[in-house]
Design a protein around this ligand. Structure first.
Ligand SMILES: *Cc1c(COP(=O)(O)O)cnc(C)c1O
Length: 435
């Protein structure tokens, strides 16, 4: 697999380099030079395959010989080891639940696959791979649990004190082993600034082999294509061939992977990007003017992004042709009041408890159906289990949540977090001391 930068089509880097660098120096994003078409026979018979078999075919098609087949197979068996079922609310309306992994959010797909790909490439090197990650909640848990016990790696997570939910904090801080949590007396932006400074610190980089678990890493994008195919396989086994996917979107990595799946040959009728009040993309699709704004806080806080970092990838997939893009992608935006009403409606009408992000996707799915009715299955993606978002869900609904298996075990584990002031010197010392 060779990759170029969205800012330089002539650049060529290997998959391994793209994985360890995350970002090209020119601040573009890595994209595959070739997006091969999957064998139409594979698509036609896709309902015969398991999620892992599908994942292997797609990953091998994209990555090629950079990871030998046997190694790729074990990476997938080890990382994609939980289901992504569609729950039907109506015969043509379904929720694709992506939260059955260890951190109860879809980011498990990306983080688990990436951790094992990094470990595979780092194997030859005897220096420990030090992964640094700043999180506002969901990313950290997925990365921590993704790297937990992965040999040759050590993860340091920085999270803002008092600003993540209970379940999120438990997932960040109860692991031990090769995972360390730093509870920062500051905001998410402070955490991110500390991590950034560490990467730019030449002295530190001579002592440690640092890498980031950044959400724009190509090794996180690839595994997110798997579940779009897997959902299609589930639909086909029910005799359904037409699908519209609605994706709750913040940084647009999830829907970006869906569009990559589409370019690989997955037959999808349309994609709908659902956003909260951070409406940069819906405004762009309407006006053709891309005008990012500072993010505003909402109930669906994992989507509070004013300038979605994966958007350039999506433009690149469509060669910056706005009309081609509009033929495949629509977008709708909802405020907190509407989000709350949607959670209430889903509960009253279907007894379904959705997290705020998922509820926004439901609204957008219904809006698209109104605007473009037809004989297709409308599938909206559920990005997280509702138990992760107690602030966003009204109490009488939240009380009825059935926690995933293992959540109680987590709650009884000891919290292991080291307090850290917003001080780069302290952070650097911590990293060097515990070498
Ligand atoms: C990260 C996240 C999103 C946003 O996904 P993007 O790929 O950034 O668009 C949506 N919902 C939840 C629960 C998330 O954790």
């Amino acid at each position: 697999m060779k990759l170029y930068s969205t800012n330089n089509k002539n650049l060529r880097v290997s998959f391994e380099d793209a994985v360890f660098n995350s970002l090209p120096q020119d601040k573009g994003l890595y994209m595959p030079v070739d997006i091969p078409q999957l064998d139409p026979l594979f698509i036609r018979n896709i309902q015969q395959y398991s999620l892992q078999e599908i994942a292997f075919t797609i990953a091998h098609t994209l990555i090629g010989e950079d990871i030998p087949k046997d190694a790729l197979k074990s990476i997938i068996e080890d990382s994609i080891n939980f289901d992504a079922p569609i729950k039907f609310l109506d015969p043509t309306l379904g929720v694709l639940e992506l939260f059955h992994g260890p951190s109860y959010a879809f980011k498990d797909f990306g983080a688990r696959f990436m951790s094992r790909v990094m470990a595979y490439f780092a194997k030859e090197d005897d220096q420990l791979l030090d992964v640094l990650v700043a999180t506002s909640g969901d990313t950290g848990g997925a990365v921590a649990l993704g790297f937990l016990g992965v040999e040759g790696t050590r993860v340091t997570i920085l999270y803002p004190k008092g600003k993540v939910s209970k379940v999120q904090e438990e997932q960040l801080t109860t692991n031990g082993n090769n995972i360390r949590a730093l509870e920062v007396e500051g905001t998410f932006d402070d955490c991110q600034a500390l991590v950034k400074e560490a990467f730019n610190d030449k002295d530190l980089n001579t002592h440690l082999r640092l890498t980031s678990a950044n959400s724009i890493n190509i090794a996180r994008l690839i595994p997110q294509t798997f579940y779009y195919f897997w959902a299609y396989a589930q639909l086909k086994s029910q005799g359904i061939n037409e699908v519209v996917y609605t994706v709750p979107s913040g940084n647009f990595g999830n829907i970006g992977a869906g569009l990559l799946a589409y370019k690989l040959g997955l037959p999808v009728k349309h994609f709908v990007a659902a956003t909260n009040s951070n409406d940069t993309v819906p405004r762009f699709l309407q006006t053709g003017v891309y005008e990012p704004k500072p993010s505003v806080q909402t109930l669906a806080n994992a989507m509070d992004v004013g300038n979605p970092s994966n958007w350039v990838r999506i433009l690149d997939l469509f060669s910056n042709e706005l009309n081609d893009l509009r033929n495949v992608v629509s977008s709708y935006t909802y405020n907190d009041k509407q989000t709350k009403e949607a959670m209430r409606l889903l509960y009253d009408k279907y007894k379904y408890i959705a997290c705020p992000h998922t509820a926004i996707a439901y609204l957008a799915a219904e809006a698209y159906k109104q605007d473009c009715p037809g004989e297709y299955a409308s599938i909206f993606l559920s990005t997280a289990h509702p138990c992760k978002f107690p602030e966003g869900i009204e109490k009488d609904i939240f009380e009825n949540i059935v926690y995933p298996k293992g959540a109680d075990v987590l709650a009884n584990k000891q919290k292991l977090a080291t307090p850290l002031a917003v001080s780069y010197e302290d952070f650097k010392q911590y990293l060097l001391e515990t070498k």
